[in-house]
Design a protein around this ligand. Structure first.
Ligand SMILES: Nc1ncnc2c1ncn2[C@@H]1O[C@H](COP(=O)(O)OP(=O)(O)O)[C@@H](O)[C@H]1O
Ligand SMILES: Nc1ccn([C@H]2C[C@H](O)[C@@H](COP(=O)(O)OP(=O)(O)O)O2)c(=O)n1
Length: 221
């Protein structure tokens, strides 16, 4: 039997990555931040001047993207790009190339390869709908657009980056709109995903809720 999978999909800055990583830690599961793969592919394209609409070339590059995840850091072509891939610019580029079906297909197996015992927690846009349709628990994690803008603003300021709240809210809105409007693997709550609105929830409360749902399905976890 395949290892269990918990998927957290949802819009930008809803807390998916934070909650997913903490759930993985509490359960002793592996963790995959699928957005980082799209961000890495986007950064690779920028660095190698591959136009963001050259689907065939981007897909070819994505199949053998020279990346590594080590000690909580992310590497592209042996360069530590952990902070670089988090910029709003790269997020926007990731969203643009994420609309290309061939690029998505190229990343599909790479994502599935993260499924190992004792289990996997993963976050993104289509983890429950496309990548792991047989996931044990599927969550759609969201928060109000204002709250998400404030969270991303605080996160960037906390890292020492310069940020403008209004600009960030606009970028997030644009990105969500593009991610939701694309014909392939759009961002949306699927009927089999449970809704978790964290607008007024602490991070710990959100983590507790996911674990409670999971334990109700897998009591021995
Ligand atoms: N429930 C919450 N309450 C307050 N802040 C949160 C909550 N969940 C996440 N955050 C914060 O919001 C920011 C964005 O979270 P992140 O996990 O990066 O979101 P996503 O992966 O959905 O883009 C982080 O700084 C995180 O600490
Ligand atoms: N499973 C995924 C994950 C990310 N993407 C695309 C669409 C997103 O706007 C970008 C960046 O994703 P990421 O999860 O890192 O972004 P946020 O942290 O939620 O702001 O990549 C995707 O299309 N499918």
């Amino acid at each position: 039997m395949s290892a269990p999978v918990i998927t957290l999909d949802g819009p930008s800055a809803s807390g998916k990555g934070t909650v997913a990583a903490m759930v993985a830690l509490r359960l002793g599961f592996h963790y995959l931040d699928s957005g980082s793969l799209y961000r890495l592919a986007a950064l690779y394209a920028v660095r190698h001047q591959i136009p963001l609409d050259n689907e065939a070339k981007l897909a070819m590059a994505a199949v053998r993207l020279p990346i590594a995840f080590r000690d909580g850091r992310v590497w592209l072509e042996d360069i530590d790009v952990t902070d670089e891939i988090r910029s709003e610019d790269i997020g926007l580029c990731a969203s643009r190339i994420g609309a290309l079906p061939a690029l998505r297909s190229a990343l599909l197996q790479r994502q599935r390869d993260f499924r190992h015992p004792p289990g996997l927690v993963t976050d993104g846009r289509d983890m429950g709908s496309v990548v792991f349709p047989d996931a044990t628990l599927k969550v759609f994690l969201t928060a109000s657009a204002d709250e998400r803008g404030r969270r991303r603003y605080k996160q960037l300021i906390g890292k020492g980056a310069s940020a403008n709240l209004q600009q960030i809210q606009q970028d997030i809105a644009d990105r969500d709109e593009r991610d939701a409007a694309r014909p392939v693997a759009p961002l949306r709550q699927e009927p089999d995903a449970r809704l978790l609105d964290t607008t007024r929830l602490t991070i710990d409360a959100a983590v507790d809720q996911v674990i409670e749902w999971y334990r109700a399905i897998a009591p021995r976890a």
